[in-house]
Design a protein around this ligand. Structure first.
Ligand code: GN1
Ligand code: MG
Length: 351
């Protein structure tokens, strides 16, 4: 792709002198851009297979980040195109630019409990602030994104179709996911019944989407705002923990490393509930530990579905990559499921 041509469309402070690939996202393609006057920007090619409605996506991000900035919270800042648009579209795709946050780093895994606690407080604060969001209603950038029940149907369809003859190679993993089928509607039904709030949430808060200050370890901002849209607090709570539990890598081949880290869980629960305790419904409080299980098994079925469909959604580096990812998530989901009593006791302590 012609980075020079694309970047020239955006209202940067001066011309680009160099660029390089950035980050480990599984969906979009990202570059760091450096300009003549020393400023840095992030250029992203938006994955339009995953995000069909780029107008809706970009206006969600624009509305939410404008709201957060107004409230004094640090967040991503969009750099518009020279003709004042939120993104640039050409034959090569859809592109957007953000200011690069130079003081911050992201981690694939975090074990420093103080950082976990700070991240949890930051998510709690984000949820609390977004409770007051009063802008235009947000578009569902990926419809039914965390509708686990629907995800499960898609997964069953991929098994039935078996277009890549891969079912045979993952029968055990398929069974592990089918085993929990009665659990998959709990949160979506809760939303329908009004027992779980329908809120503005991030929906993809895995730990490498959180920026921390390089020096102090303080939370700086959550990035990857493509799925900021209506959702449940439980999705963010569960997904953040899922990513904190998996150890350093989501695609580790050493399953013995994939375990619940109780001290991480406790630090996260403490930080999050300090901010959000009073805003959660009784049913949401009951489902906090469950949500870590649900988000973990949900991404397991998404990885496995993508494996069955020939790796069309997540970036992969080798043919079994999605299967390897599914295995770590199944192992973790099983562990969480078997440990609800212990996890719920920890939750109770902070309610
Ligand atoms: C994707 O783009 P990235 O890597 O931050 C995915 C998440 C998954 C995650 C698993 C829009 O996130 O839902 O949990 O991979 N995002 C989208 O690593 O599908
Ligand atoms: Mg990301």
């Amino acid at each position: 792709m012609d980075v020079n041509k694309v970047i020239n469309e955006f209202a940067l402070s001066s011309e680009m002198t160099s660029y390089r690939p950035l980050g480990n996202g599984l969906i979009n393609t990202t570059f760091l851009i450096i300009t003549k006057d020393g400023n840095k920007y992030v250029l992203q090619r938006i994955n339009t297979e995953a995000f069909k409605n780029v107008d809706g996506l970009m206006s969600n991000i624009y509305e939410v980040t404008s709201f957060l900035l107004k409230k004094g919270q640090k967040t991503l800042e969009i750099i518009k195109t020279k003709d004042n648009k939120l993104y640039f579209e050409c034959e090569e795709g859809c592109f957007r630019v953000y200011k690069y946050i130079d003081i911050a780093v992201t981690y694939e895994g975090v074990s420093d409990l103080n950082i976990v606690y700070k991240a949890a407080k930051a998510f709690g604060e984000l949820h609390k602030t977004l409770k007051e969001y009063d802008g235009p209603s947000l578009v569902e950038t990926i419809p039914h994104f965390h509708d686990t029940k629907k995800r499960y149907q898609n997964f069953l369809n991929a098994i039935k179709e078996d277009n890549h003859q891969r079912v045979e190679s993952c029968l055990k993993e398929i069974e592990s996911i089918k085993k929990y089928q009665n659990e998959y509607s709990k949160v979506v039904d809760g939303i329908k019944e009004g027992r779980v709030s329908n809120a503005v949430t991030h929906n993809d808060p895995k730990i490498n989407n959180v920026m921390f200050d390089k020096e102090t370890g303080d939370f700086v901002a959550v990035i990857d705002l493509d799925t900021i849209m209506p959702g449940s607090y439980l999705y963010d709570f569960g997904d953040a923990l899922r990513s904190l539990f998996t150890g350093e890598y989501e695609d580790s081949k050493d399953l013995s490393k994939i375990n619940i880290k109780y001290d991480v869980f406790e630090a996260y629960v403490k930080g999050y509930l300090e901010e959000m305790k009073d805003a959660l419904t009784e049913y949401e409080k009951e489902l906090l530990s469950f949500s870590a299980f649900l988000m973990t098994i949900e991404v397991a079925m998404r990885f496995l579905e993508d494996y069955l469909r020939g790796d069309v959604y997540f970036h992969t580096e080798y043919p079994e990559h999605n299967l390897v990812r599914a295995r770590t998530q199944i192992k973790l989901a099983n562990e969480i499921y078997q440990s609800f009593d212990k996890l719920n006791l920890i939750v109770k302590k902070y309610l």
